[in-house]
Design a protein around this ligand. Structure first.
Ligand SMILES: Cc1ncc(COP(=O)(O)O)c(C=O)c1O
Length: 482
């Protein structure tokens, strides 16, 4: 993409779109935010958007849609079977992902369910670069286990490694040999590895994984939910592709996988999801499960309007001006926070900026959930809703013991083309204030803990009155300001 320089020398991201539909936001007083936290059990998933100012919980289903996506939704072909909307989607999947067969599903985790039902059984082991919460939950639900095989560098917060999402190839071969290929139904690679800070893998690394998959006759499954962003960072960071384009990089990656699946909430700024393959054998193994769990094979639980938006969104994934906007804003935010010495995952990845709660809240033990506490504290002092990606997002082991996360992160998602630069500056300002007052943040404890995916529905409370004290300090410093 052509670089755009400012005469002033300022290095800020420039939006290559204009805003034509807007949504009003509310910044409610801090007293109300404190009440909302208690009502929501100090879990940002449990907050109501009427209390949220900047919703940085996720980019899933919250990216701005384009005028062309909205227009396409008006020409949807409503039919239970044989809809022309689905025909258009199939064509987009062939053109963008290079896969002939598409099984539609209602969102990414539905694809994970179907793949796990088909291939995972008790005793199965699925090696992956890193888990995603729902992928792991579906595999363990079917009696399987996962093993994460990133290189050590992936866990270094202050790093300049361009591909922290790379699979450790030596360890992968060891694991395959030790557990034997017959117990490994597939290897899973996740593009722009979400839970370690939206970090990409290189095409070369994926080729090396493919080589092992071929050597041992194991399927390679690619989670493509964030493949656009992974491809964008490959263009920036992998020499072989520096003069290439999004379409070529995406297809080079998807060609290496036997099966690609995705959450369209991310990939195509729409809703829905899909499983795509060129293998008739895989198609036959999975096909019957779609009508069972999702819906008929030409809608898979989605509305036809969503399907139309998804087709257009898939083509827009090839447009660097669309895909680069969120990573550009994230890079700006990460660099500004880093300049102030605030521990944040580096290099800047995709999806969002990731604050390192393990360092920021070093005084809070992991048993009191530092990332969850940081998420609650930031909401309290700013109305900014982030997402805990630490031990609360982990699940207990089979004996009921806590499994503490490798990283305690607060993710501040930057959905595509949603926020303005002044809003990002507000985030920077309030995170900075909180960092200066970080010793005042205290821990959390569960009051209600569901057995599966506890981070969604769980309720917690502060271990003491730290939120009240933090609020008092905020009022002292900001007076009547919201
Ligand atoms: C990498 C990745 N895979 C799978 C999923 C699950 O997708 P969904 O939320 O559509 O079920 C997500 C969701 O955020 C994701 O980030």
């Amino acid at each position: 993409m052509q670089e755009i320089k400012f005469y002033s020398g300022e290095n800020i991201p420039l939006e290559l779109h204009k805003t034509r539909i807007v949504q009003k936001l509310h910044l409610v007083p801090i007293e109300r935010r404190l009440e909302a936290l208690y009502e929501g059990g100090f879990n940002t998933f449990q907050l109501s958007t009427k209390d949220v100012f900047l919703d940085m919980l996720t980019d899933s289903g919250t990216n701005a849609m384009s005028d062309n996506q909205l227009a396409a939704m008006m020409q949807a072909d409503d039919a239970y079977a044989g809809s022309q909307s689905f025909v258009r989607l199939q064509k987009a999947v062939v053109d963008v992902l290079g896969k002939q067969y598409l099984l539609p599903v209602h969102q990414g985790r539905a694809a994970e369910n179907i793949i796990s039902v088909a291939y995972v059984k008790k005793g199965s082991l699925v090696p992956m670069n890193y888990h995603f919460t729902t992928a792991m939950a579906h595999i363990t639900d079917k009696g399987g286990q996962i093993v994460e095989l990133l290189y050590d560098e992936a866990y270094v917060v202050n790093s300049s490694h361009p591909f922290k999402g790379n699979m450790n190839i030596e360890k992968l071969e060891e694991v395959i040999r030790y557990h034997t290929p017959k117990n490994i139904p597939f290897i899973r690679m996740e593009a722009s590895t979400n839970l370690i800070g939206g970090q990409p893998f290189s095409v070369q690394n994926l080729r090396d994984v493919r080589t092992l998959a071929d050597k041992y006759g194991i399927r390679l499954v690619l989670d493509c939910s964030l493949i656009g962003e992974n491809a964008y960072l490959v263009l920036q960071r992998e020499d072989e592709f520096k003069n290439s384009d999004m379409g070529t990089v995406i297809k080079t990656m998807t060609d290496l996988a036997d099966l690609c699946y995705f959450s369209a909430r991310k990939l195509s700024s729409s809703r829905g999801g899909g499983i795509a393959t060129n293998s008739e054998e895989i198609l036959k193994e999975l096909e019957a499960l779609v009508p069972l769990y999702e819906g008929f094979l030409t809608y898979g639980g989605m509305s036809v309007r969503e399907i139309e938006a998804m087709s257009v969104g898939l083509y827009e994934t090839l447009d660097e001006t669309v895909i680069s906007q969120s990573p550009g804003f994230i890079k700006y935010l990460v660099e500004e926070l880093d300049k102030k010495g605030i521990p944040v995952i580096k290099p800047a990845g995709v999806l969002g900026a990731h604050l390192d709660a393990m360092q920021i809240c070093a005084h809070i033990p992991q048993s009191q959930y530092p990332a969850g506490a940081l998420a609650a504290a930031l909401f309290l002092i700013s109305g900014i809703r982030g997402m805990e990606r630490g031990s609360i997002s982990n699940q207990r082991d089979e004996y009921g013991n806590e499994t503490y996360a490798d990283m305690e992160l607060l993710r501040l998602a930057v959905p595509r083309r949603v926020f303005t630069l002044s809003q990002i500056k507000f985030v920077e300002d309030r995170v900075n204030w909180l960092y200066d007052n970080r010793e005042m943040i205290g821990g959390l404890k569960f009051t209600y803990e569901p057995p599966v995916l506890r981070f969604f529905m769980g309720k917690l409370e502060p271990v003491n009155d730290w939120p009240q004290k933090l609020m008092a300090k905020f009022k002292e410093d900001f007076g009547e300001s919201l």
